[in-house]
Design a protein around this ligand. Structure first.
Ligand code: PMV
Length: 339
């Protein structure tokens, strides 16, 4: 049995970026080349129980009942080493770290990277180790860069100019909780195979070989960050949708500009993109936006007021199998019938 232990259980959602993180300025510290802006998808979450105990022989991590490698060179080892530096000198500094995590979505579905999992581990370590927000965000970032954005509700801005260890580098966007509460997200599982080139490897290739990446980092992203922050704070869905779709396309353009090219989108992804533009060319105007990460699956955002119209539009597409995310209970019931 485990004695002399301290434990915490936490739940942290995955986030989806509207201004995309693509490229590291510092791989060891996991500092990004550019800012990004995201919001959490609350229904897709990871739950972690963290145990610090002097009774265990070694650190251990179990994700969805599968033991994970935690040896030197793994991200877990990196996060645990940094955590131990943070709590040096306390009662628990000598303890082993045990983590048991489950995700509300299949990790293999390529829906979320390991980001939600690392955010939950960081958050849990923050509780047992009594860490401050900046330390928790830094642990999450070490696990999976984008994980640091899951720690706050609503829209979140990851500021690449804040590089110091004590810096607050993730900040909520003004009116971000209010605007997020007017939206819903449909996640289209287009392909549930694991991605071919992981995001870290992909980013590295783009940083080394893409010329367009430089223009994106210097000109495109700063402009998009300003536009989207303004759109969120004024609840301007049209600008939000415009930036979101351009950002996704810009990321995948950089991927194709890399050598050898990275192609994460497939034919169905492009059919999805066209379906959203068709939906937006009715007299109702721009009422939906798509976004794709390092894989073919689509996340489509719309305002709750347009949910029914969007569902009937996409139900006509035979390949459109979707998982919904919404805080609206009434809508949830309708959506579940459709699934
Ligand atoms: O957290 P990582 O290192 O897996 O990077 C995520 C990169 C994208 O999902 C493609 C973009 C983003 O900002 O989330």
């Amino acid at each position: 049995g485990i004695t002399n232990a301290v434990t915490a259980t936490v739940r942290v959602p995955m986030n989806i970026a509207f201004v995309k993180y693509w490229g590291k300025a510092d791989e060891r510290r996991m500092l990004p080349l550019n800012d990004s802006v995201s919001a959490n998808l609350d229904d897709l979450y990871a739950e972690s129980t963290i145990i610090l105990t002097t009774d265990a022989e070694a650190d251990g991590v179990i994700v969805n009942e599968v033991p994970m490698p935690v040896g030197e060179g793994t991200r877990f080892a990196k996060v645990f080493a940094e955590f131990r530096r943070m709590i040096a000198g306390t009662d628990h500094a000598q303890a082993k770290i045990l983590v048991v995590s489950t995700t509300s979505f299949p990790v293999k579905a390529g829906l979320a990277s390991s980001a939600a999992g690392f955010a939950a581990i960081a958050y849990g370590l923050g509780k047992v180790g009594e860490l401050n927000d900046a330390q928790v965000a830094r642990l999450a970032r070490l696990g999976s860069g984008s994980a640091c954005r899951s720690l706050y509700p609503g829209f979140v801005h990851w500021d690449s100019s804040k590089t110091g260890d004590e810096d607050t580098f993730v900040v909520p966007v003004e009116s971000g909780i209010e605007f997020a509460s007017t939206l819903f997200a449909a996640v289209f599982v287009i392909d549930n195979k694991q991605k071919t080139v992981g995001s870290s490897e992909g980013m590295k290739r783009s940083v080394q070989t893409s010329n367009f990446l430089k223009y994106r980092v210097q000109e495109v992203v700063p402009h998009h960050v300003n536009l989207i922050k303004e759109a969120v704070s004024t609840a301007d869905f049209i600008t939000f949708a415009d930036v979101t779709m351009r950002e996704s396309n810009s990321l995948h353009a950089v991927c194709l500009d890399s050598l050898p090219p990275l192609s994460y989108l497939n034919e169905t992804s492009f059919a999805m993109i066209n379906a959203v533009h068709d939906f937006n060319s009715t007299p109702a105007g721009v009422t939906a936006a798509y976004t794709f990460d390092a894989g073919p699956n689509a996340v489509v955002l719309a305002q709750l007021t347009n949910a029914q119209r969007l569902i009937s539009h996409f139900s006509r597409l035979p390949w459109a199998k979707f998982v919904f995310e919404t805080k609206d209970e009434q809508l949830k019931e309708v959506l579940n019938v459709q699934e």
